[in-house]
Design a protein around this ligand. Structure first.
Ligand code: NAD
Ligand code: DAU
Length: 363
């Protein structure tokens, strides 16, 4: 088991990062180090997602730093200030549709931002003689979308050739290659994980599941791309994060690990399950919700099917997804029903003011 002292989490105010920080701080007895969350608070970053930890500073173990991973002097100052020994790199532009409308932000953050972090780590983690420290780790969070699209059969393994189809997945593929290049060329101790579709609490309501939940609750149409036949492999966010923890704690340096839910669903079938759960929890008529399904124009280059073979992480590190889809979805719907304040904060843009209110103006 690796010992981590000062952990830089990038993108910790986003969906997966905030869930990761909460669990690492409160429910991981093997970890007693410090967490430094570096986040630019883009539209997808929400300081409210960690407000209860932030206002108490996580018992002196949690620190928030507002900034951009592309800003080299700022990134280096954070490494120095906190004597960072571990980077867990979640920060990214993450939504495929947005990458189709405007790829530039994806190239900047996902490619240049990852390069900036890698190069800062390489510089700062070098010993005086030029060799790389061994007590450090750079873990990169990536996606199964780098592998492209599957037909009706087969699974993505760690050796599947990269074949990204959207500006988002191309930018993530590029970041993965940079991570491996820094390992092979400079000896930077890295690990990498490629995960399938996450769902759970605190997910920005542009992604399929939270978008559909909120539209159902608000009586809006449910926009289904194409014929609704595309397939995704869904994993509960806490299962993804327990896999990330397993890789960080015990994974082999220079290795990549696929993470998936073993849980493939056609979008339209997923929607029918979700409608029943929302109707049940919110006291709505499922037939009325079903009538709001609207087939809309397909996403350009829409990948047909993703499915992950996670036998490597299972065999080597003993990780398996712990949640059933039904339980995970029920918990997720209950969370969105209970956390109206978080949703209203997003709708009103109020969450953007939280940092300024609590820390004063920055930068
Ligand atoms: P998200 O969009 O919810 O959050 C991204 C976070 O990164 C936000 O807090 C945002 O403010 C921050 N950020 C963006 N640009 C930044 C910059 N230049 N500098 C500093 N911070 C910046 O994303 P997510 O869904 O939580 O995804 C996290 C990571 O996991 C991403 O790398 C994504 O590619 C990967 N991933 C996501 C999924 C999924 O289903 N959501 C699946 C597999 C992998
Ligand atoms: O596979 C991992 C990836 O999963 C992550 O790397 C991405 O960051 C994450 O956004 C997600 O990408 P997808 O494109 O698969 O997720 P999204 O929620 O956007 O869409 C899921 C499926 O639902 C996809 O087939 C498109 C469809 N869809 C989506 C939306 C938003 C609809 O039919 N209607 C919609 O309104």
């Amino acid at each position: 088991m690796r010992s981590l002292k000062n952990v830089l989490v990038t993108g910790g105010s986003g969906f997966i990062g905030c869930n990761f920080i909460r669990v690492l701080l409160n429910k991981t007895p093997d970890f007693n180090g410090r967490i430094i969350n570096l986040d630019a608070l883009t539209y997808a970053g929400n300081a409210l997602s960690l407000a209860e930890i932030d206002t108490k500073h996580g018992g002196g173990r949690y620190f928030f730093e507002h900034g951009d991973i592309c800003d080299r002097p700022f990134v280096e100052s954070i490494f120095d200030k906190y004597e960072i020994d571990t980077v867990i790199h979640f920060a990214a532009e993450s939504h495929v549709d947005r990458s189709i409308l405007g790829p530039e932000a994806f190239i900047k953050t996902n490619v240049m931002g990852t390069y900036t972090l890698l190069d800062a780590a390489r510089n700062i983690w070098k010993r005086a003689g030029g060799s790389m420290r061994e007590d450090v780790l750079f873990h990169h969070i990536s996606t199964d979308e780098v592998y492209g699209s599957l037909g009706d059969t087969g699974y993505f393994t760690e050796t599947t050739a990269y074949d990204p189809r959207s500006p988002y997945s191309a930018s993530k593929a590029s970041s993965d290659h940079l991570v491996m290049a820094y390992y092979h060329t400079y000896g930077l101790p890295v690990t990498l994980s490629n995960c399938s579709n996450n769902y759970g609490s605190y997910q920005f309501p542009e992604k399929l599941i939270p978008l559909m939940i909120l539209n159902m609750l608000e009586g809006k149409n449910l926009p289904v791309y194409g014929g609704g036949k595309n397939i995704r492999d869904w994993v509960y966010v806490e299962d993804h994060n327990s896999a990330v923890w397993a890789v960080i704690a015990k994974g082999r340096i220079g290795e990549k690990y696929n993470i998936g839910g073993g849980n493939e669903w056609e979008n339209i079938k997923l929607l029918s399950v979700l409608i029943d759960i929302v109707a049940d929890q919110a006291g709505l008529d499922p037939d009325k919700i079903w009538e709001t399904i609207t087939y809309v124009k397909d996403r350009p280059g829409h990948d047909r099917r993703y499915a992950i073979d996670f036998s490597k992480i299972k065999d080597e590190l003993g990780w398996e997804p712990g949640s059933t889809f039904e339980d995970g979805l029920k918990k997720t719907v209950a969370w969105y029903l209970k956390n109206r304040e978080w949703i209203d904060g997003i709708r009103s843009g109020e969450y953007k003011n939280w940092v300024e209110k609590n820390y004063g103006k920055r930068g």
